[in-house]
Ligand binder design. Structure first.
Ligand SMILES: [Zn+2]
Length: 284
């Protein structure tokens, strides 16, 4: 069985503030090691549970989605990294050959309080992302997409908020609360040396349960999906110019709507709105 691990950074053990996850942050180099350690724990657990193949996909938007330390990553896995992947960015390796999806270091959706570094896709630009009228975070988008492919979600590590949000849709997922969110930038954290063992156990359990057919495929979101992205600021002229040439987007004040039949395209359109404010950028 192949395990797919999506690794983000805001939900990594020990990290609580934006300076922890940006390139010029004081401890960024060290924090990349924490990220790699959490990923390694999930990889080891997946193999413990009987995975025969593990593919890790980098999902943190800094440094063009290249944050893991490749000389420290478990050599048994494969890593998909770098920006501009041909399908939905951060889900390029998620296909029907995957047996279970594991989330490492994920964070709560935009607007969550508390919720460590809560956002959806773009903190700077998006106030909310809704699918069929309901707020939706990144791990939920992945879970919807995995469901389209017949793949179950099995585990998530992060704070208590993101675990709770994913469990609203997928109550069967193993949750590893590596820190308790106290606000958007404060938390009660378990030292990374201890969370590694917790992540490893949960990852093992998720793969064992997937192999036993004890996880469910999420199919409760009706498609086509009506996706709304609520921007933080009024859209600028460049964004309006670009969107006026793409009839699949409708602008209503600060809210941009689109409708898609699948979440691969849906995620690409959401992500596009994060960079569509550059003149003449018309591809997603
Ligand atoms: Zn991130």
């Amino acid at each position: 069985m192949k395990a797919f691990i999506s690794v983000d950074m805001e939900g990594i053990s020990g990290l609580v503030r934006w300076a922890d996850v940006v390139t010029n942050g004081l401890d960024f180099a060290r924090n990349r090691r924490f990220m790699t350690n959490d990923a390694n724990a999930a990889i080891a657990g997946a193999f413990d549970g009987g995975a025969t193949e593990v593919v890790v996909e980098e999902n943190h938007g800094i440094e063009e989605l290249c944050d893991l330390l490749l000389d420290e990553i478990d050599p048994r896995c494969r890593v998909v990294r770098g920006a501009g992947r041909p399908t939905a960015t951060t889900m390029a390796a998620l296909d029907a050959s995957v047996g279970v999806v594991l989330f490492v270091g994920h964070h709560a959706r935009a607007g969550s309080r508390p919720g460590i570094m809560a956002h959806t896709v773009s903190y700077q630009q998006f106030k909310a992302v809704r699918v069929n009228g309901r707020d939706c975070g990144e791990a939920e988008i992945f879970t919807i997409r995995a469901g389209e492919l017949g793949v179950p979600a099995g585990m998530i590590s992060g704070d208590q908020v993101v675990i709770g949000q994913l469990r609203e849709r997928a109550p069967w997922v193993e949750g590893v609360e590596v820190k308790r969110a106290l606000s958007n930038v404060a938390g009660d954290v378990i030292p990374p040396a201890q969370t590694a063992a917790m992540i490893r156990v949960a990852s093992r359990r998720a793969v064992e349960r997937a192999r036993a057919g004890d996880l469910f495929v999420y199919r409760d979101e009706p498609s086509p999906y009506r996706i709304e992205v609520e921007l933080r600021h009024d859209p600028g002229q460049e964004l309006l110019d670009n969107l006026s040439k793409l009839s699949e987007f409708q602008v209503n004040g600060r809210t941009v709507c689109t409708e898609t039949g699948d979440m691969d395209l849906g995620f690409r359109r959401i992500a596009y709105l994060g960079y569509a404010n550059q003149p003449g950028v018309l591809r997603y």
